[in-house]
Design a protein around this ligand. Structure first.
Ligand SMILES: [Fe+2]
Length: 257
């Protein structure tokens, strides 16, 4: 089984990019299941019904979340069990995990937030993620964890923590794809960060001008998501057998238009 994981989709540019490119990427990588991180997919941040519908129509089976999941205030959207928010948020709204039933196979997907240097307050990600992964394993062979976190140390630690329990621990949130994809000792695929989808010549998907003014001059201009080409799609493909990962392949596809 091959699971395609698409990293943080940034803004309208990222959504349009996936509308045009995800179907062919799914064929290219032979995806049996596609998970897309959509917490930044709305203009500004967060996710609305428009982006969720567009991502599902493009081929996402499950949309995972992060610190911006609730930014647009549309809690009803999160009644959809296939649109996740972090498991370790102390809220009754939405779901932190789901089991995707594709008849021939079942895959558990968990969205969980880091606790280090994250603005959104959350409960202990290690205890909750392990308990949830063990619970999902009673229903599904394969368990994929999207660990949405800032600190590479915390993400690396989560990889070891869930090694042999989860099929994959995939880091998101920094938007910088890391070069540390590997299969850990007990069969868990790991990468610190899968990257992002959007305009390549940007700062994490955001237009550079205002970001530079903030850093250099303490400027307070509103940040704007960049939308000029070339465009970048980041992610990973996990190949797994009986719940263990056998291969992790990193995706970095660049499109001129
Ligand atoms: Fe994030």
């Amino acid at each position: 089984m091959r699971i395609l994981f698409i990293a943080d989709v940034v803004g309208r540019c990222g959504v349009e990019l996936l509308k045009s490119r995800l179907p062919s990427l799914k064929r290219k990588y032979g995806a049996d299941l596609t998970v897309v991180n959509g917490e930044n997919s709305a203009p500004g941040n967060g996710i609305t019904e428009y982006e969720a519908n567009a991502l599902f129509a493009a081929g996402a089976d499950v949309i995972s979340g992060g610190n911006h999941s609730f930014d647009r205030g549309d809690r009803e959207l999160f009644e959809n069990p296939y649109i996740l928010r972090p498991l370790n948020w102390n809220t009754d709204s939405g779901h932190g995990s789901v089991v995707y039933d594709a008849v021939k196979f079942k895959v558990g997907i968990i969205s969980v937030s880091g606790a280090v240097n994250m603005m959104a307050k959350c409960e202990n990600p290690f205890i909750l993620a392990k308990n949830e992964a063990l619970r999902l394993k009673s229903e599904a062979d394969t368990v994929i964890v999207d660990f949405h976190a800032e600190a590479s140390s915390e993400k690396r630690a989560m990889g070891f923590w869930l090694d042999g329990i989860a099929t994959a621990v995939i880091g998101t949130h920094t938007h910088c794809q890391t070069n540390d994809a590997e299969i850990l000792e007990n069969g868990t695929a790991f990468i610190s960060d899968a990257g992002f989808c959007g305009s390549l010549k940007s700062v994490l998907g955001v237009r550079p001008n205002e970001v530079l003014d903030r850093f250099a001059n303490g400027g307070k201009q509103k940040l704007v998501q960049e939308d000029i080409p070339p465009y970048l799609i980041n992610g990973v493909v996990i190949e797994c057998e009986k719940g263990k990962a056998v291969k992790i392949e990193v995706i970095r596809e660049i499109f001129d238009r």
